[in-house]
Design a protein around this ligand. Structure first.
Ligand code: AMP
Length: 590
């Protein structure tokens, strides 16, 4: 198919933003398109060569493109001219078309260029890597430009530079496909399903073009093609959740990590992020460890990968996980930032879709297919029946370091690619920071691992309980320490190690070592939560329950000048807790 047809369509589409007109131009284009080219056209329309999850990056530097235009224009002064035109119009594609128009008047076009040729050349360029390939890229581009009309050149350059912005949304493409190949825009919904389970609009287009709407109805999940994830609506309170989804549903911890979609067959594992990017390279540990826990020939699973404190098993916030976002030395990051993989859904198993199974059936299957160990977990779940149940589970989840709860209707299927009320999320509206830092007493320590070996990697901290003259545990802190501060703290704390816990220390939590309560350090935290384990303000807010800091972080300040009796008291912590809840409450009323 001639590239000029596509260039003409691009030209028309560039001149409008109206969805109806765009749809009409697309329908006209698709009607002229042979089956074997339609996928390519659909990708090009979106400025891509392949679906996003394959990670084929189109895009060359402007410098290189200018060089190629000059080469094609065949004069040495061309570079200056191009730069001048570019400055004037701000669009290199347009500048090229003006330069090449001048050339066109003096030479003959050699051959028509086809869409296939443009696509294949762009693909070859995208696959070339490294600095040494610049010249070859330039030769390929100049080759295309030599045979292109000015309008074609304009769009070839826009594709190459990643500046083709036609404003056609996926939905518009699907509307047009439905009209062009089935005569009925309503069939968009069927196309939408195929897109949601494959994330590949080119493949959807090819299927409807070759097999019609019946072919689309039979469209199936393809292992190693990501499924567009199901999303949740937000609710502000337990009460609102019950109003929305009834009296009995599943509550799961909402862990604060990275959503990972795992595609597994034997030892082959591919991981996709929530935005469908292939993230396998960040998690070599998942690739290695998870296949051993799977009891099926092939599966697609969803899990939350969460950073943990290896000493305590506590969940750590999302930011910790981001240390893994690196290309090099990933092995080091894997040991420094350990994770657990917490499974919450199964979408495909032994060659069959599980999407139509309801939540309960999927959860049962998930528990059968994935066996738990230190690394692979089923996300904590319970069936709740009333506000109290939810509240209790909510508090447990927060204390375990999670963000809140996901509430899921028991008899509903998995709706790929849609946000809706089958799933609800319930987070507390936090004040960002407590507003104030706290001065806490160091009472215990845990030996560090990895970079922190030989130091105390995590400290157990306490508030001062004035009435009893004791030090009540309130949190463990393992973040905010530089290498230097860890060394310094070790020097100070090591001489304070005691064989037996000082009787003024009130802690149910165990520690590797206990210290004489003599040192105060400064801590910030995101908020204060109820805690079944910590002893600070125990029984003051709720029976058998204390208070704990969530996401505590060392500020770097060792308060050598402070006596432990000057540390933050439980009275102060109670005031902060109440203030914070008032803010959350007021926000909910707004
Ligand atoms: P949000 O990003 O606030 O819209 O919340 C949705 C995200 O919560 C998902 O994309 C997951 O990464 C994460 N998540 C954590 N725990 C769960 C769970 N139990 N079920 C579903 N998603 C979860």
């Amino acid at each position: 198919m001639e590239f000029s047809i596509l260039a003409d369509s691009f030209n028309k589409m560039e001149s409008t933003r109206k969805r109806l007109e765009l749809t009409q131009y697309l329908v006209e284009l698709f009607e002229k398109t042979p089956q074997d080219v339609i996928a390519k056209i659909v990708y090009l329309l979106q400025g891509k060569l392949r679906p996003d999850f394959e990670g084929v990056e189109l895009g060359v530097a402007e410098r290189l493109a200018i060089g190629a235009i000059a080469k094609s224009a065949g004069t040495d002064e061309a570079i200056k001219k191009i730069e001048n035109e570019y400055k004037k119009c701000g669009d290199l594609g347009h500048a090229a078309s003006i330069i090449l128009e001048q050339k066109e008047q003096t030479t003959f076009m050699v051959q028509d260029i086809t869409i296939e040729r443009v696509y294949d050349t762009l693909f070859t360029i995208a696959e070339l890597e490294g600095m040494k390939t610049q010249n070859r890229k330039m030769v390929y581009i100049a080759g295309l430009l030599n045979d292109a009309s000015p309008v074609e050149a304009k769009f070839i350059l826009k594709l190459l530079l990643g500046t083709l912005r036609l404003g056609v949304a996926e939905n518009t493409v699907m509307d047009a496909l439905a009209i062009a190949f089935s005569g009925d825009k309503e069939n968009r919904k069927i196309l939408q399903y195929a897109y949601n389970v494959s994330s590949d609009l080119g493949k959807v287009a090819e299927t409807i073009a070759s097999k019609g709407i019946d072919g689309i109805k039979e469209f199936e999940i393809i292992l190693f093609n990501p499924i567009r994830p199901m999303l949740a609506d937000r609710v502000k309170s337990e009460k609102e959740a019950i109003e929305k989804i009834g009296n009995e549903f599943a509550a799961e911890y909402k862990l604060d990590g990275e959503r990972v979609q795992l595609h597994i067959e034997g030892n082959k594992v591919v991981l996709f992020s929530r935005s469908l990017e292939n993230i396998s390279s960040y998690y070599p540990d998942i690739i290695e460890k998870i296949p051993k826990t799977i009891h099926a020939d092939n599966v697609i699973l969803e899990a939350e990968a969460v950073a943990i404190n290896e000493n305590t098993g506590e969940f750590l916030p999302f930011q910790e996980l981001m240390h893994r976002r690196r290309k090099y030395k990933i092995e080091k990051a894997v040991t420094q930032y350990p994770i657990t993989v917490n499974f919450f859904d199964i979408l495909y198993c032994n060659g069959k879709s599980c999407l139509e199974l309801n939540y309960k059936e999927r959860r049962e299957k998930l528990e059968k297919v994935v066996s738990e160990d230190d690394y692979a977990k089923h996300i904590p779940m319970t069936i709740v029946k009333n506000e109290n149940d939810i509240e209790e589970f909510f508090e447990n989840s927060i204390n375990a370091g999670s963000e809140g709860l996901m509430l899921k209707i028991l008899d509903k299927p998995y709706r790929a690619g849609s946000r809706g009320s089958h799933w609800l999320k319930l987070k507390r509206e936090y004040q960002n920071e407590l507003g104030d830092s706290l001065d806490l007493v160091v009472i215990g320590g845990y030996f560090g691992k990895g970079r922190r070996t030989g130091n105390y990697g995590t400290l157990l901290l306490a508030t001062y309980e004035e009435d009893e003259d004791t030090f009540t545990s309130i949190c463990k802190v393992g973040t905010g320490f530089s290498d230097e501060s860890l060394d310094q703290l070790y020097q100070i704390l090591h001489p304070k190690v005691t064989i037996k816990k000082n009787p003024r220390i009130d802690s149910e939590m165990e520690a590797d070592v206990w210290f004489e309560p003599e040192l105060v350090i400064e801590i910030v935290a995101s908020d204060i939560t109820l805690s079944p384990i910590h002893q600070a303000a125990k029984n003051k807010i709720r029976k058998d329950t204390g208070l704990a800091l969530r996401f505590p972080k060392f500020t770097g300040k060792i308060r050598m000048e402070k006596a432990v009796e000057d540390a933050s008291t439980n009275e102060e912590v109670i005031t902060l807790f109440k203030g914070q809840n008032k803010i959350a409450h007021d926000k909910n009323l707004m």
